[in-house]
Design a protein around this ligand. Structure first.
Ligand code: CO
Length: 135
C-alpha cells in the first residue's frame, strides 16, 4: 500500500480566464488541455517544478460535477487527488470498510489514468480523487 499526492483540483468557470492568472500572472507552466468525458470537464495541469501539479477544471456540460459545484455558489479548491498503485484493491478495501464512494468502480481520468472519487461524507468533508496512473 502506498499513497502520494497526485494533484490538487481547482474548479473554475472559465479555463482561459483562469489561465490568465495562473500562467500569465503567476508564472505556472501549462501542459496540454484535455477533455475528460467521464467527468464532463476540460482540464489543464499547471506544472510547478518538483511540487505537486494543480489541475484546473472547467465544466463542459451542465450535469458535470464541476458545473454542479459552481452552480451551488462555490468555486476554488474542489478535490485532492491521491495516487494509488492498485485502484481496484483500494476501492474494495474502502467498500468493505463501509466508506461511501461516488464511484464504485474506476472511470477514465486524464492522461490515460483510471480514477474514482470517494464521497466527502466518508472522509471528514474532503473530496478525494484516487488516481491509478496509466501504466
Ligand atoms: Co483531479
Amino acid at each position: 500500500m502506498s499513497l502520494a499526492l497526485d494533484h490538487i483540483g481547482i474548479a473554475v468557470p472559465d479555463l482561459e480566464s483562469a489561465l490568465a492568472l495562473w500562467r500569465d500572472q503567476l508564472g505556472a507552466t501549462v501542459g496540454e488541455t484535455e477533455v475528460v468525458e467521464s467527468q464532463g470537464v476540460r482540464v489543464a495541469f499547471l506544472e510547478t517544478g518538483e511540487s505537486t501539479p494543480t489541475e484546473l477544471l472547467e465544466p463542459t456540460r451542465d450535469d458535470s460535477p464541476i458545473a454542479k459545484f459552481l452552480a451551488s455558489g462555490r468555486q476554488g479548491v474542489h478535490h485532492l487527488a491521491y495516487r494509488v498503485a492498485d485502484l481496484d484493491e483500494t476501492l474494495t478495501r474502502l467498500r468493505d470498510a463501509g466508506v461511501a464512494l461516488i464511484h464504485e468502480t474506476p472511470v477514465p481520468g486524464s492522461r490515460g489514468s483510471r480514477i474514482a472519487f470517494v464521497h466527502p461524507k466518508g472522509t471528514g468533508g474532503v473530496l478525494i480523487e484516487l488516481v491509478e496512473p496509466a501504466r
